[in-house]
Design a protein around this ligand. Structure first.
Ligand SMILES: C[S@@+](CC[C@H](N)C(=O)[O-])C[C@H]1O[C@@H](n2cnc3c(N)ncnc32)[C@H](O)[C@@H]1O
Length: 338
């Protein structure tokens, strides 16, 4: 007799309608439900008034949010759970609404995966990044900034750069990591290396944060253009699934070559467990490359360690950067290396 319980369709049905959860999250964000609750809307009637929707619709939406733990009822009053209070209430420093809705325009393509696989455009090395405009880069990085600043703060909390001088931020986007590094370490400078249309936008974020005099930018393609050779730290964050194994291994090898002797590199990204059973998010970012007409895919932790070792890094180690979501692989270039 099998010890597995008799299967039913519950799990599969839930998955078949998982898009409804996304839709409810976005509707509540669009209507400002979480902000209304933070400002004192304690019941459905108050949500209806604040969000200018009917009581019937407020009732439908609130009950969906309660079942998804996007809202809670405590002592008969609606409250936001801690993560919602921190990231989904407008006006909070950590508000991440732009990031949470960032992939919205991709929704139709996600439901056309099979067509894209059988009949889609020929993928290219840079995929969607190959024809980025400044305007698209600005929209894109308004979203990444809303989540990247939190990641940048986490980076400076968890990595000690006290003896470092200059950081290369590969594919640095908004510059969120560099901004946090130079603000934390007054003697450090940084350079954001990203595609030419992106660095125009990076400079806007650097100026807004008052660090334009300590963070430079270089517009280029990190898969082929020369990397600056005056840095003792490299960070490469959240661009891992954009490329395949050969390209990522090549970039890490070139970063090792460009680093000053004794320098360190940190690769932060969604990585698959070595048995490839999770996390699903890492696999999904790999699939996202189909939509971007790129050649990238998800990488396992062991593969990422391999890229570092192959490049010549020593003291290679893996740390959970955001447990269950992002890993950080770090390595050090030998002191005596060229
Ligand atoms: C998801 S964003 C991450 C931005 C930033 N590292 C962060 O964590 O907030 C990925 C970035 O990688 C950059 N990128 C992708 N391919 C690149 C390439 N070949 N050369 C330079 N930058 C690249 C993109 O332009 C984009 O800014």
């Amino acid at each position: 007799m099998s010890s597995e319980p008799r299967p039913d369709t519950t799990r599969l049905q839930r998955m078949a309608r998982a898009y409804t959860e996304t839709a409810v999250l976005w509707a509540a964000l669009d209507l400002g439900v979480f902000t209304a609750v933070a400002e004192g809307a304690i019941d459905e009637d108050a949500v209806a008034t604040s969000c200018r929707i009917s009581q019937l619709d407020a009732g439908r939406l609130v009950v969906c949010c309660l079942t998804l733990d996007l809202l809670r009822s405590e002592g008969g009053k609606l409250v936001n759970p801690p993560d919602v209070a921190r990231y989904l209430v407008k006006g909070e420093q950590s508000y991440a609404g732009p990031w949470m809705t960032f992939t919205r325009r991709d929704v139709p393509d996600w439901f056309l995966i099979s067509e894209l696989m059988t009949d889609g455009p020929e993928p290219t090395l840079l995929g969607m990044y190959g024809d980025l405009t400044v305007e698209r880069a600005r929209n894109y990085h308004n979203a990444t900034y809303s989540i990247g600043m939190g990641a940048g703060r986490r980076f400076v909390r968890t990595v000690d750069l006290a003896r470092r001088k200059r950081m290369l931020d590969l594919g640095g986007g908004s510059g969120a990591y560099s901004i946090n590094v130079v603000k934390t370490y007054p003697d450090m400078t940084a350079v954001v290396f990203d595609l030419p249309p992106v660095v125009e936008v990076t400079r806007e974020f650097l100026a807004d944060n008052g660090v334009a005099d300590r963070v430079d930018t270089i517009g280029g393609d990190f898969t082929s253009d020369p990397l600056p050779r005056d840095c003792d730290v490299v960070v490469m964050a959240s661009n891992l699934p954009i490329y395949d194994a050969d390209v990522i291994a090549g970039v890490i090898a070139r970063a090792h070559d460009a680093l000053l002797p004794g320098g360190e590199m940190h690769l932060i990204g969604e990585m698959l467990d070595d048995d490839r059973r999770g996390p699903a998010d890492a696999a999904m970012w790999g699939m996202n490359e189909l939509l971007c007409a790129g050649l990238g895919r998800a990488h396992t932790v062991a593969e990422c360690i391999g890229y570092f070792v192959q490049a010549g890094f020593g003291e290679v180690e893996v740390t959970a950067f955001v447990p269950g979501t992002l890993q950080r692989v770090a390595g050090r270039k030998a002191v005596g290396a060229d």
